[in-house]
Design a binder for this molecule. Structure first.
Ligand code: 13P
Length: 340
């Protein structure tokens, strides 16, 4: 019964080749993005920006769910309409980031573990009452000299599984996000090996915690060379490596895999997702979708600059990126879409 309700939420989010919009930057992260383009770092600026996003005309045609942050879920449009209501009326399922951030992992220099399990049951109940139907928890795994350690993979996978089980108990679909970071000089092959080990460990822990795999969403990284690796790869190689890794590690019961963008340019993120669907869509047990933050929002943020007169142009840029990624889900994205 409950598992059917969870499946229905996931189906609704990804219907019509839609995907997720991550707009759940914590306050410090949102402020960092604002400061990089000269926008004041105030609560009102964050409210105005999130309002710009949720009121974008037509967004619900290509976005099935939006991930909010605790501050945002309590915010309203200027006329008093809660953002959650605006999203719901646009056919977009509201979701919420529920982790409390990645903190240094004791005994593991250079590694983090995501916190937030204490009191999570009560917070999930409140978020359900507020109208959310899914949640997100992000774990980060760094590749480096001797990293990642087994201890960090295991600790993060365990926390993800504990979180996911609590979400399902509360009637929320868990978005399980183990992010292998793109920073560093590592090769695509190293990213493949680490992502493979991380995903296998995550699914082993999800199984141990009795998480219903058909009522969750996986949010992984694409398999990429590190940003400082001299040997960057063509879109086709990234698509092949990523899908091969996922096919070997992700059970077929999972309804959808929605990638994070991880600092890729918006165009590359769309092109890589598109290539995966062009080459493999007919052979995959799960939907291959997107849950991008920067790769959907960045052009809009740069256009907005915190000014009212730029709102429409920013909304058009946001809608355009959402459209491109919907096309990428269908394997119908092309460079042509970026012209004009
Ligand atoms: P990016 O797409 O910018 O990597 O963000 C996705 C996200 O939600 C990180 O948790």
């Amino acid at each position: 019964m409950k598992s059917q309700a969870l499946r229905d939420i996931a189906t609704k989010i990804f219907a019509d080749s839609k995907g997720l919009l991550a707009m759940d930057e914590s306050t410090p992260t949102c402020n960092k993005r604002f400061s990089s383009v000269g926008i004041p770092q105030t609560e009102e600026a964050r409210r105005a920006y999130r309002g710009l996003i949720v009121t974008t005309q037509g967004l619900g045609e290509c976005i099935g769910g939006a991930i909010l942050y605790d501050e945002t879920i309590r915010q309203h449009k200027k006329d008093g309409t809660p953002f959650v209501k605006v999203l719901t009326e646009a056919g977009i399922v509201p979701g919420i980031k529920v982790d409390r951030g990645a903190k240094d992992l004791a005994g593991h220099p250079g590694e983090k573990v995501t916190e937030g399990l204490d009191g999570l049951r009560d917070r999930l109940a409140e978020y359900f009452q507020m109208g959310t139907r899914f949640a997100k928890w992000r774990a980060v795994i760094a590749i480096g000299d001797g990293l990642p350690s087994w201890g960090s993979i295991e600790a993060n996978a365990h926390a993800l599984a504990r979180y996911a089980a609590l979400c399902q108990e509360a009637g929320l679909v868990p978005v399980v996000e183990p992010e292998v970071l793109v920073d560093g000089e590592h090769t695509l092959e190293q990213c493949y090996d680490v992502t493979d080990e991380v995903l296998r460990t995550v699914f082993s822990e999800l199984f141990a915690q009795r998480v219903m795999l058909d009522g969750m969403i996986l949010k992984p990284n694409m398999v990429l060379p590190g940003l400082s690796c001299p040997n960057q790869k063509a879109v086709e190689e990234v698509a092949d490596a990523t899908v091969k890794c996922l096919l070997r590690a992700v059970p077929a019961a999972v309804p959808a895999i929605a990638f994070l963008s991880g600092g890729q340019t918006p165009e590359l993120a769309s092109a890589r997702l598109n290539e995966m669907n062009v080459r493999f869509k007919s052979q995959l047990p799960w939907a291959l979708a997107f849950s991008f933050a920067r790769a959907i929002q960045q052009p809009a943020l740069e256009l907005w600059k915190g000014r009212d007169e730029n709102v429409l142009a920013a909304q058009q840029a946001l809608y355009h990126r959402a459209r491109c990624n919907q096309a990428a889900r269908r394997g119908e994205y092309s460079q042509e879409m970026e012209k004009g």
